[in-house]
Design a protein around this ligand. Structure first.
Ligand code: OGA
Ligand code: MN
Length: 288
């Protein structure tokens, strides 16, 4: 039986229907899923009531998993391959460190020299309304630039900083942001990345980019803002409304995403992520 797909938006994404990721899966079937992943940038699997072990096991089929050494505070205490994205308070009652994870346009682990291939985010608990995530196609973003702009950005490198913008403003968040920066010094990444598997060019920017290497922040800012604004035009974006037991897989090499935070923060939102390691990209810069 061929894989049953339902496209999620014009720009990107497809739902994989009638697949239970916890069941044994042939190489052929997984190959079809992987091809769909490369073609659509994000894949949605609904109704996956699975264990953490099964989440990790399915994720491993995409490649070797990150043990999240770069994000030690958000790791699951028992499963280093699982990263918590939750507003459930810690056992001692203090607020969760990961409650603002992803609240800016980004591609996972872009602030390291081995940025992620892809991530698999599983939804456990979602507020009554909202808590959506936006995804943008960075292929479309690149392909719709003018030839002049493509030429201008061809050799630029953007300096990516770790840490979440929102939490850096909160008192408890400053220590966390400082720790993040210590573990993860700034990394310059090509602004145009060739996807290692499809060979297609994708824009690789986002709101973690502070400036271009070899340029001042003041010089860089207008172009960074233009590229981020262009890449996230509504027609290039898919907005996901979560249901419990959704698993969404995205390709970090040709998409960006953002957690909207469009919900009542007194309600619970609990997600868990695995992160597939990617190929090396970029270089560490001495000072941001
Ligand atoms: C992530 C992330 C977004 C969300 O897990 O990498 O950015 O909506 N999450 O939780
Ligand atoms: Mn993310």
């Amino acid at each position: 039986m061929p894989l049953k797909l339902r496209r999620l938006s014009h720009a990107l994404g497809a739902e994989v229907c009638e697949v239970d990721v916890s069941r044994p899966m042939s190489e052929t079937r997984f190959g079809e899923i992987y091809q769909a992943f490369l073609a659509h940038g994000i894949l949605l699997f609904r109704n996956q009531d699975i264990t953490r072990e099964q989440h990790v096991e399915f994720s491993r089929r995409f490649g070797e998993l990150d043990r999240h050494e770069a994000l030690p505070r958000d790791r699951h205490p028992k499963y280093p391959e699982i990263l918590l994205v939750t507003n459930e308070p810690n056992p001692d009652g203090t607020p969760s460190d990961s409650r603002y994870t992803g609240r800016q346009w980004h591609s996972d682990m872009s602030f390291t020299t081995s940025p992620s291939l892809g991530s698999l985010l599983r939804c456990f608990t979602i507020p009554e309304v909202g808590g959506d995530t936006l995804f943008a196609s960075m292929y479309l973003a690149y392909e719709t630039l003018s030839d002049g702009m493509k030429k201008l950005i061809a050799d630029l490198h953007g300096i990516h900083l770790s840490g979440t913008r929102k939490i850096a403003n909160a008192t408890t968040g400053i220590a966390r942001a400082e720790e993040q920066r210590r573990i993860n010094p700034p990394v310059a990444q090509p602004v145009v990345r060739v996807h290692p598997e499809t060979g297609r060019k994708a824009l690789y920017v986002g709101e973690k980019v502070k400036r271009f290497d070899g340029m001042t922040e003041e010089e860089s800012r207008p172009l960074i803002d233009y590229l981020n604004g262009h890449a996230t035009r509504p027609e290039f974006v898919y907005r996901h409304q979560w249901r419990a037991n959704d698993i969404l897989v995205w390709d970090n090499r040709c998409t960006m995403h953002q957690a909207l935070g469009d919900f009542d923060e007194s309600q619970r939102r609990h997600m868990e992520r695995t992160t597939v390691l990617g190929t090396p990209s970029g270089y560490v810069v001495a000072d941001a």
